[in-house]
Design a binder for this molecule. Structure first.
Ligand code: DAH
Length: 460
């Protein structure tokens, strides 16, 4: 199953390996602002920082921008709701914005340097659009609005393969209501309208509800009725987004006379937890014989609203966070996530504002496999744990988008010396051109050299 919004558990090697010389400049200059670095935290690389001004979500004829537009348009044409849109937030945020304001526990794995790109101990590249919830809740409060949408690029250290890239895009949304009987009546009416809209799609939507959750996940300040209304409005709104996006795809498949057109759209709700919502769910869609996780969501915790300046217990509402890249890849049939980042005209000229078209591969360039096998240094030195993502980072920083995937192919513990050996297989393959053997040798030598000089491994 695709995991696209949740923090996955990652591989850390049980044998630590040393971090020898990690050369971090004293300060970093990013978009004209100077940031003090911190050797214990700073792990952003130039290749990542170079992606921070691409703003693919703002390009209306790029798959990410097209998808964003479709969803924004659907939300903003709902009767009686207006969502303020925030699409220009810069990616550097504080630890407080990204984690503390949302109630992330101090030991949450998402905070670790192996998962997150830190500028220094206090600032980082946002790992999710939820980092801006506080300021958006505050802004809609000041402007007497009730709902918002945020779209932006988000950053996470991750493995390298066709569906993982260190930058991807999310859309965040939230909707609040006051608690007067008039507002609750309005909320009830909106739910009925959403139910009606859901019936209008030619493709039937079949919804499988989540197992009922423990009542203790409900917030005590809300009445039972309020909690149920919030839940129903949230669920019907997201079902509507799924219906809108996937039925557009089904219509385009019909035009193309595709052979495997689904006759219904199956979605299911799964209960889960997030630090700033309770209760919380994920919505998944059955597509290409797999459950695709579309988005995480839930009823906003009262404390989050209070942090944004609302009077205690004055509002109820929901929030969601949706990953755009995997959905765009399915809709436009884009086989490799790197294509979203290419500057090749042969890619860009295939897409038009408002249209879901099928990507036609312009050419397939062959891949070249190279293995790197090494012993982790023995543990008598001063060691710091290395995460698999550190190895990914080295390869990405040297080979950039010329690397298709990096996979651990062998792990071995020497019975006598107790030293550990690892073997990684790198597939070098460009989306846009042929790469020569000489070029690959050069890249591979640099990777080997970095592994030795940064982490003190012994090549085998
Ligand atoms: N920010 C979450 C993530 O990236 C997704 C999410 C879940 C956003 C629940 C929300 C929410 O606003 O209510 O994993």
């Amino acid at each position: 199953m695709y995991k696209l919004v949740l923090y996955p558990l990652r591989r850390t090697f049980s044998t630590s390996i040393s971090k020898l010389s990690h050369s971090v400049p004293k300060s970093l200059e990013i978009n004209g602002v100077s940031y003090q670095s911190d050797p214990n935290f700073t792990n952003v690389t130039e290749s990542i920082l170079n992606l921070t001004d691409r703003s693919l979500h703002l390009n209306e004829s790029h798959p990410i921008g097209i998808l964003r537009n479709i969803i924004e348009h659907r939300f903003n044409s709902l009767p009686g709701s207006h969502f303020a849109t925030f699409n220009h937030f810069k990616p550097i945020v504080t630890k407080w914005q990204n984690f503390d304001s949302l109630g992330f526990p101090k030991d949450h794995p998402g905070r670790s340097v192996s998962d997150t790109y830190y500028i220094n101990g206090e600032t980082l590249l946002r790992t999710h659009t939820s980092a801006h919830e506080q300021e958006c809740f505050h802004s809609i409060k000041e402007n007497n609005e009730e709902a918002f949408l945020i779209s932006a690029d988000v950053y996470r250290r991750d493995e390298i393969d066709r569906t993982h890239y260190p930058v991807f895009h999310q859309m965040e949304g939230a909707h609040l209501w006051g608690r007067s009987s008039e507002e609750l009546h309005h909320l009830e009416k909106s739910i009925k309208e959403l139910e009606q809209l859901l019936k209008n799609y030619t493709t039937k939507i079949v919804v499988k509800e989540a197992d009922p959750f423990d009542d203790s996940t409900r917030q005590p300040y809300m009445t039972n009725k309020e909690a149920l209304l919030c839940e129903a409005h949230l669920k019907r709104s997201l079902e509507l987004i799924v219906a809108e996006v996937f039925s557009k795809k089904i219509e385009s498949m019909k035009l193309k006379k595709s052979t495997e057109i689904p006759d219904s759209l199956q979605v299911r709700w799964v209960t889960t937890t997030f630090p700033w919502t309770t209760p919380s769910w994920e919505i998944e869609v059955w597509w290409n014989n797999d459950w695709l996780e579309i988005c995480g969501c839930g009823v906003v915790k009262e404390q989050v609203l209070r942090n944004a300046g609302y009077k205690a217990d004055s509002k109820i509402g929901w929030a969601f966070g949706l990953g755009l890249d995997r959905i765009a890849m399915l809709l436009f049939e884009i086989p490799d996530i790197r294509l979203l980042w290419t500057k090749d005209e042969r890619f860009h000229k295939q897409f038009k504002k408002g249209e879901i078209t099928t990507f036609k591969p312009y050419s397939k360039y062959p891949g070249t496999l190279r293995d790197v096998a090494f012993w982790l240094p023995d543990t008598s030195e001063k060691f710091k744990e290395i995460h698999e993502n550190d190895i990914m980072e080295i390869v990405r920083n040297i080979a950039g988008d010329l690397v298709e995937s990096v996979k651990l192919t062998d792990e071995f513990l020497h019975p006598k010396t107790h030293r550990k050996s690892l073997c990684y297989r790198i597939n070098y393959q460009s989306m846009d051109r042929n790469i020569t053997n000489a070029e690959i040798n050069d890249l591979q030598n640099k990777v080997n050299h970095e592994l030795v000089s940064k982490y003190g491994v012994e090549l085998r």
